[in-house]
Design a protein. Structure first.
Length: 195
């Protein structure tokens, strides 16, 4: 999968009624394999991410982060640590001209929990907070198979970003693949009708 970029024309042309769901680790910040981002000092934005979010912000009605953060549930970091990371991340994105409407996290270690991806809970929370969200007019961008199944489980289009080497997703769960968030943003922008 990661060797073969699926053309973005597998995805529909969007408008400003659409929602973008984003995973965090590996998409917005560099991923740490077999560990967690436990402090702001360890948080590094992925290459081109801030530019990408600035480009994506006017294209979507809502931009939502949905992220499993089991490090809190495992006691490797505190909820306060996660909140501080999130606060700083959102501030830096805003300073760069981008926008995140809300970030949702699942900190449990229980895979059966409704809020843990690939389960739908965080999407349902977002829809409760923003009733205009229509899952059939949504995209999910992530770097794990659980992200792709999360997208499938809510009826969204899925975009895979291959930032890890520990297993590609089932190809049937992927509508498009791009090397990073910036490549996705540029491709999506090219698809938009001329104003």
């Amino acid at each position: 999968m990661s060797q073969h970029i699926i053309p973005l024309n597998q995805l529909p042309t969007i408008n400003q009624t659409w929602t973008l769901f984003l995973d965090r680790d590996g998409i917005i910040n560099t991923d740490v394999i077999d560990d967690y981002i436990k402090s702001w000092d360890e948080f590094i934005f992925t290459e081109g991410c801030l530019e990408a979010l600035k480009m994506l912000s006017p294209l979507f009605q809502r931009i939502i982060i949905v992220s499993n953060q089991r490090g809190v549930g495992r006691g490797l970091m505190t909820q306060k640590d996660l909140d501080l990371i999130t606060e700083n991340m959102l501030l830096k994105i805003e300073e760069a001209g981008g926008r995140i409407d809300k970030a949702y996290f699942c900190t449990t270690t229980d895979n059966a929990d409704i809020n843990r991806k690939p389960n739908r809970g965080m999407a349902l929370q977002a829809q409760q907070d923003f009733p205009e969200i229509d899952f059939t007019k949504s995209m999910m961008v992530g770097n794990m198979e659980s992200d792709m199944w999360f997208g499938r489980n809510i009826g969204a289009y899925t975009v895979y970003i291959p930032t890890r080497e520990d297993g590609d997703p089932d190809p049937s769960t992927v509508d498009a693949a791009y090397k990073n968030l910036l490549a996705f943003a540029k491709g999506l922008l090219q698809m938009q009708p001329m104003q």
